[in-house]
Write a protein that binds this ligand. Structure first.
Ligand code: E4P
Length: 220
């Protein structure tokens, strides 16, 4: 399973990259708006932090032709290559756009997925990644982890090349359970990312080792 950061905040991205070889960054309009800067400023800043790691930028156009234009514009304006994924919400026009964008040579992440069938149809239309929203599913008394498991199973069953990029996590348990489904990738907030990396027993163990090592580790 690979790990991406679900944030548009460069301090958070830098902090994560410093400690972990994350595979890329996912953004959405809400995360970008939170930074209080226009896309033209924030995307180059993110690219400065991540180099050629994956960047997933969401399109906001309504019809398929406009989504295609938007994806092409981002590729051109930001000088993006194979690391760029146009994140396309799975509206009716979105499904149409997935094939158009994919055929134009731009990678596609189908997003805002809440059912196994949305994911299967997006995969069939040519999406490289499908992004089901785990916590948002849990919050509507559905079962995010079960939906991810069904998507992973369906993709394997039909031998599709699409990968599952599970998103919308609020705690480490959701990530742990999703990892048991064979999910290919997850995108995590800074907070959940850090929580996954740490454990109080690890800290305590390291403190004890440091104390015991003080007098005997004499090779300098
Ligand atoms: C995925 O890329 C989504 O934009 C994101 O994970 C949604 O997360 P949220 O439910 O925390 O807003």
């Amino acid at each position: 399973m690979i790990y991406l950061a679900d944030t548009a905040n460069c301090d958070q991205i830098r902090d994560l990259i410093k400690y972990y070889p994350l595979e890329g960054v996912t953004t959405n309009p809400s995360l970008l708006a939170h930074e209080g800067k226009p896309l033209s400023k924030i995307i180059p800043e993110i690219l400065d932090c991540i180099g050629d790691k994956m960047i997933h930028i969401q399109t906001i156009s309504e019809n398929a032709e406009d989504i295609l234009k938007e994806a092409k514009l981002y590729r051109e304006v930001f000088g993006l290559k194979g690391n760029f994924y146009a994140k396309i919400p799975v509206t009716r026009e979105g499904y149409r756009a997935i094939s158009l964008v994919k055929d134009s040579g731009i990678n596609v992440t189908a997003t805002a997925i809440f059912t196994q069938q949305q994911a299967m149809m997006a995969a069939n239309a040519g999406a490289d990644f499908v992004a089901p929203y785990v916590n948002r599913l849990d919050n509507i008394v559905s079962h995010g982890i079960e939906v991810v498991a069904d998507i992973v199973k369906g993709i394997k069953m039909y031998g599709l090349p699409t990968r599952v990029l599970a998103a919308s996590f609020k705690n480490v348990d959701q990530v742990y359970r999703v990892s048991l489904t064979g999910c290919h990738s997850v995108t995590l907030s800074h907070e959940v990312f850090l929580a996954l990396m740490s454990h109080p027993m690890t800290d305590r163990g390291v403190q004890d080792f440091e104390k015991d090592a003080t007098d005997i580790y004499d090779i300098k």
